[in-house]
Design a protein around this ligand. Structure first.
Ligand SMILES: Cc1ncc(COP(=O)(O)O)c(C=O)c1O
Length: 395
């Protein structure tokens, strides 16, 4: 039987909606930070399914939790309660310091829900429904979230784009104050921009933004879909800055690979939501919630936040000491790392793939690494070795 990477590439070209530029690699199975393609070639995974596989692949506790839940109940609808959903809700509320949670199935869906909650609250106090986001941000690919993302390339061809969204410079408090009006419902911000190139919010700015939103009674939404759930060496990125949002969106790592999103909100904003205001069929089903619970437990039990912080330091020291050709800067927190070069990083990523490392290019000249939080030092060493060789090859 033909089991080559190319066989599946050809099937994909024939049948799948051609919207992703695929690498010619068909992955078959994984273990920890390693994955294998259908031809048996091994790769080290420094991308983690784009910040999803925080526990790596095939973590025994996650697999066990999913298997046990599958054999009991997969789905029941939100007309009834389930133990995993009730327990995950309690856990998320306890660790986030927010008061209420709603489960969705993806990041974009979480942002959509957050926008609805913010608007409902804003209208309840006589404000308008405008949502202000920041340049370089990414909030998803649905219609409202491409409007919030504010990138013209992502909106082109999909007009009319939903109204009520504006986009202002990142880390600029003057722009915040200049745009705010009675029409403003909420600001939405990623404390660390992921797709935008691993750009950290300025601590002074985010504190000023929080105070301004408090003064004006404007909702502050943190999109922690990429930077939340341990990615930055804290359970939530906002803990680095000591600033709490009114609403927070999560997805990606929460299910360790099982699709689940969450919207958390404080009591003030949540109180505007009435029965029937929002809903979902799949969101928060027992299977996804059992996976979420297992992920959070493993992060705590296996000290993965500490590991992420230790590996951050190790990686930063190593990379800065290497004097890589074209190297400009390494930034990020925990294992959310951007390495900026003075050249386009797509060819670099393609070369690294050839040499057995999955990584990602973002924002043109940034190499993004989002490995599992339990990645081992020897795997990081190998990633760096491949990085060095790949730069030599493409230069
Ligand atoms: C910060 C942020 N928000 C929203 C999204 C959209 O998430 P999803 O692709 O699950 O819809 C992403 C995905 O990359 C993201 O990084």
């Amino acid at each position: 039987m033909d089991m080559t990477n190319n066989k599946y590439l050809e099937l994909d070209k024939k049948h799948y909606l051609q919207t992703f530029v695929r690498y010619p690699v068909t992955l078959d199975y994984g273990n920890g930070s390693h994955v294998w393609d259908v031809e048996g070639k091994e790769y080290i995974d420094a991308l983690g399914g784009i910040a999803v596989n925080v526990l790596g692949h095939n973590h025994p506790k996650l697999v066990k939790a999913i298997q046990e839940q599958v054999s009991k109940l997969i789905h029941i609808s939100n007309f009834y309660l389930s133990k995993p959903q009730a327990e995950l809700s309690q856990k998320l509320v306890n660790i986030s310091g927010l008061d209420r949670v709603f489960f969705s199935n993806s990041g974009a869906e979480s942002v959509e829900g957050a926008i609805k909650i913010a608007r409902k609250y804003a209208h309840s106090i006589g404000r308008g429904g405008e949502i202000i986001s920041f340049k370089g941000s990414f909030h998803g690919r649905t219609l409202a979230t491409i409007a919030a993302t504010g990138k013209k390339e992502m909106q082109k061809g999909f007009e009319p784009i939903p109204g009520g969204f504006q986009n202002i410079p990142f880390n600029d408090i003057k722009a915040v104050k200049a745009i705010a009006s009675k029409e403003t419902a909420a600001f939405i911000i990623e404390p660390i921009q992921g797709e935008g190139g691993i750009n950290l919010v300025n601590e002074h700015f985010i504190k000023e933004l929080r105070s301004f939103c408090d003064e004006q009674n404007i909702v502050l939404i943190f999109d922690e879909i990429q930077c939340g759930i341990g990615r930055t060496g804290k359970m939530f990125a906002n803990e680095h800055f000591g600033v709490k949002p009114d609403v927070m969106t999560l997805a990606k790592a929460l299910g360790g690979g099982v699709p689940i999103g969450a919207i958390l909100s404080n009591q003030k904003v949540s109180s505007a939501i009435e029965f029937g205001d929002h809903g979902t069929t799949f969101g928060g089903n027992p299977l996804a919630c059992a996976a979420g619970l297992a992920v959070l437990e493993v992060i705590e039990d296996e000290d993965l936040l500490i590991n992420a912080r230790e590996k951050e330091q190790w990686l930063k020291n190593k990379i800065t000491g290497l004097n890589l050709p074209g190297f400009k800067e390494i930034r990020g927190k925990g294992l959310m790392t951007g390495i900026e070069f003075d050249f386009e990083t797509k060819p670099l990523v393609a070369k690294m793939l050839e040499k057995g490392v999955l990584a990602n290019a973002t924002a043109g000249n940034v190499l993004r690494l989002l490995p599992a939080l339990n990645i081992k030092t020897h795997d990081l060493e190998k990633i760096i070795e491949v990085l060095v060789e790949s730069i030599e090859d493409i230069k």
